[in-house]
Design a protein around this ligand. Structure first.
Ligand code: 7TS
Length: 401
C-alpha cells in the first residue's frame, strides 16, 4: 500500500506550498528530496569531470556516474553498454533520427503515428526530407488508438523504421508494442520507442519488449531535468554513427580520420550530465522501493475517481476515458482551455492547456486545444476534489458573462 503522508513528505515542494494541487506530471513530475540531495552532494563534494582525471575526485565521480548507468540498465533490463545518457527524450530521439540519415534511402518508409509528441515525429520528418524516405501514418481507430491491425495495414517490405510512442502524452493510450515489434522485425524494420510517458508509470523490460531503441527523460520520473536515456541494442549502437562529435568519444584521431570508442561512450561526446545521471539513479531507486504496480494502483484509482466526477459536469467532453496512463484530457464547451487553466491556477491547481506538443492529436480530435490533468503518486483524493470544484467554479464564472 502507498503511504501517501510519507510520500508527500518526500517531495519538498509540499512543505513550501501545502495548498498545491499539482496535476501536470505528464509535463514534468515534482522532484524528490533525496534526488535533490544526491545532486547537491555531487556538487558539494566532487563537482569534477568523469572519465578524464587521474585523481581520486575524478575516480569517485566516474564511479558514481557509471553506477548510475548500472542502475538504469537494471531498471529496464538492459546491458550497461546499451545505456547512453543524453539530455532527455528529445535529444535521444534526435540522435537516432540523425544517425539514420546516413542509412535510409529514397523510397524507404518510416512508420509513425498521429499520437506522437513532436519529439518523436519531427526528427523523423526531417530525416525523411533529407533521405527521400517517406513518413507513413498508422490510421488511428475511432477512439484515437493505435491498433495492431492498423499497424499491419501500413507495414510493408519498404518499412525500415517504426518510430512510435509507447504511451501518448496527450491521450494516455498505451500502444500494443509487443505485437507491433514482432511484426516489424519480421520485415527487418528497426523499432524506436518513445517511452517518455511510460517510464514513470509502467515496468519497462527491453528484453521482453524487444524494441531496438528506447528513449525516456529523468524529469518526468522524479529525477532532474537535463538528463535522459537512450537505450539501444548493443549491435545497433555499434552499427550506427554518432550524432555528436567531441571529447571522450573518439578512440584514435589523426589529421584526416578518427575512430570512435565503443558504445555507450561514442554517443556521449563532451562532458555528460553527471549530476543528472546520479540524480536519476536515485529517482529509480525510489520508484523501485515503492513498486510500479503499487504506484499504478494508486494513480489509476485517482484517475477513475476524478473521471466519475468530471463526467457529471454538463458541457464537459472527455476524450480519453479509457486511457491506461493517469491522464484526463478534456474540454468544456464554449470556454477556451487557457482561460480555464488560468482560473484553476487561482486555486493553486496546475493543469496543462494547449496542444501538448502533439498537434496531430488535436487535428485528429478536431479541436484547437485541450485541457490535461495528469496524476502521480503524490496526488490524493483531496487534490481530485479541489480540481473538480475549481473546474465548476471556473465554468460558472465564464458562463456568467
Ligand atoms: N515524448 C513524449 C511522449 C513526451 O510526453 C515528451 C514530453 C517528450 C517526448 C519530450 O520529452 P523531453 O523530456 O525531452 O521534453 N511531454 C511533455 C508534455 O506532455 N507536456 O510537456 C512536456
Amino acid at each position: 500500500m502507498i503511504d501517501l503522508d510519507r510520500i508527500r513528505k518526500d517531495f519538498p515542494i509540499y512543505s513550501k506550498q501545502p495548498q498545491l494541487v499539482y496535476l501536470d506530471s505528464a509535463a514534468s513530475s515534482l522532484k524528490l528530496k533525496s534526488v535533490i540531495d544526491q545532486v547537491d552532494s555531487y556538487y558539494l563534494t566532487l563537482g569534477v569531470n568523469v572519465h578524464r582525471g587521474a585523481y581520486d575526485l575524478a575516480y569517485e565521480a566516474t564511479r558514481l556516474y557509471e553506477e548510475a548507468r548500472v542502475t538504469v540498465a537494471e531498471f529496464i533490463n538492459a546491458k550497461n553498454e546499451e545505456i547512453v545518457f543524453t539530455r532527455g527524450t528529445t535529444s535521444s530521439l534526435n540522435m537516432i533520427a540523425g544517425s539514420y540519415r546516413d542509412i535510409l534511402k529514397p523510397g524507404d518508409e518510416i512508420i509513425t503515428s498521429e499520437l506522437e509528441h513532436h519529439s518523436s515525429l519531427l526528427p523523423w520528418m526531417v530525416t525523411a526530407k533529407h533521405t527521400g524516405a517517406k513518413l507513413v501514418y498508422i490510421p488511428l481507430n475511432k477512439e484515437g488508438r493505435i491498433t495492431v491491425e492498423a499497424f499491419q495495414s501500413v507495414l510493408s517490405d519498404k518499412t525500415k523504421i517504426v518510430a512510435i510512442t509507447h504511451v501518448s502524452n496527450a491521450m494516455g493510450f498505451l500502444t500494443p508494442i509487443l505485437e507491433i515489434t514482432k511484426l516489424a522485425h519480421q520485415k527487418q524494420a528497426v523499432v524506436i520507442l518513445d517511452a517518455a510517458q511510460s517510464a514513470p508509470h509502467i515496468e519497462l523490460d527491453v528484453q521482453k519488449l524487444d524494441v531496438d531503441f528506447m528513449a525516456f527523460s529523468g524529469h518526468k520520473m522524479f529525477g532532474p531535468s537535463g538528463v535522459g536515456v537512450l537505450f539501444g541494442k548493443k549491435e545497433l549502437l555499434n552499427l550506427i554513427e554518432p550524432f555528436e562529435y567531441g571529447g571522450e568519444m573518439a578512440d584514435e584521431v589523426s589529421k584526416d580520420i578518427a575512430t570512435w570508442k565503443d558504445a555507450p561512450l561514442k554517443f556521449e561526446a563532451g562532458t555528460p550530465v553527471i549530476s543528472g545521471a546520479i540524480g536519476l539513479a536515485e529517482a529509480i531507486r525510489y520508484i523501485k522501493s515503492l513498486g510500479l504496480n503499487e504506484m499504478h494502483e494508486h494513480t489509476h484509482a485517482l484517475q477513475k475517481y476524478t473521471l466519475e466526477k468530471l463526467s457529471q459536469i454538463k458541457g464537459v467532453t472527455i476524450y480519453n476515458s479509457s486511457s491506461e496512463n493517469p491522464v484526463i484530457t478534456f474540454n468544456i464547451e464554449g470556454i477556451h482551455p487557457h482561460d480555464i487553466a488560468t482560473m484553476l491556477d487561482q486555486d493553486a491547481v496546475c493543469v496543462r492547456a494547449g496542444h501538448h506538443c502533439a498537434q496531430l492529436v488535436n487535428k485528429f480530435l478536431d479541436v484547437n486545444s485541450t485541457l490535461r490533468a495528469s496524476f502521480h503518486i503524490y496526488n490524493n483524493y483531496a487534490d481530485c476534489d479541489t480540481f473538480v470544484e475549481s473546474i465548476i467554479k471556473a465554468k460558472n464564472f465564464f458562463e456568467g458573462f
